[in-house]
Write a protein of this length. Sequence first.
Length: 161
Amino acid sequence: MSTVTVSREIAAPPEEVFRVFSDLHGCADRITGITRAEVLTDGPIGAGTRWRETREMFGREHSEEMEITRFDPPHGYLVEAESCGCHYYTEFRFTPTGTGTRAEMSFRGEPVTLMAKLMMPIGQLFSGSLVRMIEQDLDDLKCAIESSETSVPPAATDASG
């Protein structure tokens, strides 16, 4: 599968953008596509943090367990998951601009089973839906940050809350 990349300019510093994007405890309150999120590991959010995210997709609820495998505040982080015979990578990058931060999200999946490899051509049919979902997630987070309604305190990245 090819990489899908979407970005948004956000009127906030990279530290604030990173803090809101990586706030797994509050993501279901900010991202309309997420119905539930459950952090599965103790301690602060960072490399090794695992969580289960539930979304409604194509009229059905679907849950995935994900893990942060690289965590580099405020520059970005990498999330990996395995599902339906594929290994998925979602990378978030935050770059300062003259007026705020460029938030970029890249997603790609690599088939690891024979069935997933055979299904890849059919999976390409859903790439438009994937792009729209990523765009909506970024728009929701941008709105939350720029509206200042959901200022995330630094302690929000601590899993004890």
